[in-house]
Design a binder for this molecule. Sequence first.
Ligand SMILES: Cc1cc2nc3c(=O)[nH]c(=O)nc-3n(C[C@H](O)[C@H](O)[C@H](O)COP(=O)(O)OP(=O)(O)OC[C@H]3O[C@@H](n4cnc5c(N)ncnc54)[C@H](O)[C@@H]3O)c2cc1C
Length: 349
Amino acid sequence: MLATRLRNPLRSTLSKSANPLGRTYASASSGGGSNLPLILGAAGLLGLGGYVYLQRNPEIFGKIDALKQDVKAKAEGLEAERKASSSENSLAALIKDSWVPFKLTRVEPYNHNTKIYTFDIGENKVAGGEVAYVVLVKPDGDEPKDDKGNPVIRPYTAISSSEDKGIIKLLIKEYKTGKLTPYIASLTPGQNLQFKGPIQKFKYEPNSIDRGLCIAGGSGITPMWQLITHSLKLPEDKTKWTLVFCNVEEKDILLRKEWDQLAKSHPDRLEVKYVLDKSPWGWKGETGFVTPSMISKLFPKGDDKVKVYVCGPPGQVKAVAGPKDGMKQGEVTGALKELGYTSEEVFKY
Ligand SMILES: Cc1cc2nc3c(=O)[nH]c(=O)nc-3n(C[C@H](O)[C@H](O)[C@H](O)COP(=O)(O)OP(=O)(O)OC[C@H]3O[C@@H](n4cnc5c(N)ncnc54)[C@H](O)[C@@H]3O)c2cc1C
């Protein structure tokens, strides 16, 4: 209640001013000055009566004390709630159930079709959110629209950490025939984009599995970046990771330098395998679509506890793990089913 009021000062002002009786009451009392002696006399009599009553019923004092304690405890509780809610407000920039505009401050071209977009989320504010989560993004206006005529909404995974102060960074690949990304690619610093979230996909628990396999295609790499970098930063986490990252050509590989660096600094916990549709002469990685035999070669199945995370274009997700059923996971089919993976062992983003 209090948190809602604090977030909506306008609403609480409106509800106060919507009470026409407030003004009438104030005006009436200001006109009562001539009855003052009468009122004071009556109050005196009431006070004397009250004193006599209290003398005859001393247990009332105990009740008053209990009431005072109760009021004090309630006031302390409200103050604690106010403090908690104001510190929460001063930190988290994203709101789960409403859209907030963030201003684009920087655009850095990354490669031939991808850029890094930095948004100002307010000084000292953080995006918030627990791994694994996404943010929802929509245009700052009515266009572009989806098939139902509503502004188009898409999920993105920030490449900045949820604890980074003042900014949120998105790495976004433009699809020339896509609905939202040509609009985002046309934005220049100073313009806004609407954000909502964080939307938690699942809660990552360190050491809940022995080995994780991430199969990503194209811009589906950002959820894997969030998951793996988070796991590698946790000192108690021993989970080992294999990333199978599929792209059309070498120039499409996003965050390649960062992945190679990470694998080098965590040789016992991370291995990165690149897969290309069209590989150049001398290519040392894999070539072609992801098949069951490619998966077993790169991530042999053992008796340990494993989980496979999949994020990529719908065609790839379908071939590897079966299509998602709207927001639901859908049955596991495709290459992973062929290899005997169960629905508990597969997560489709
Ligand atoms: C968990 C998650 C995290 C993501 N994070 C990121 C991220 O950090 N960065 C990023 O760039 N993307 C990310 N994405 C992808 C992102 O949400 C969008 O899907 C992407 O940006 C494309 O949006 P769009 O509206 O421009 O394209 P869309 O309109 O969705 O179209 C995408 C492509 O598919 C084609 N297409 C559309 N419909 C059909 C159809 N029916 N049949 C055949 N082809 C079709 C289009 O022509 C286009 O080439 C993420 C997705 C998920 C699920």
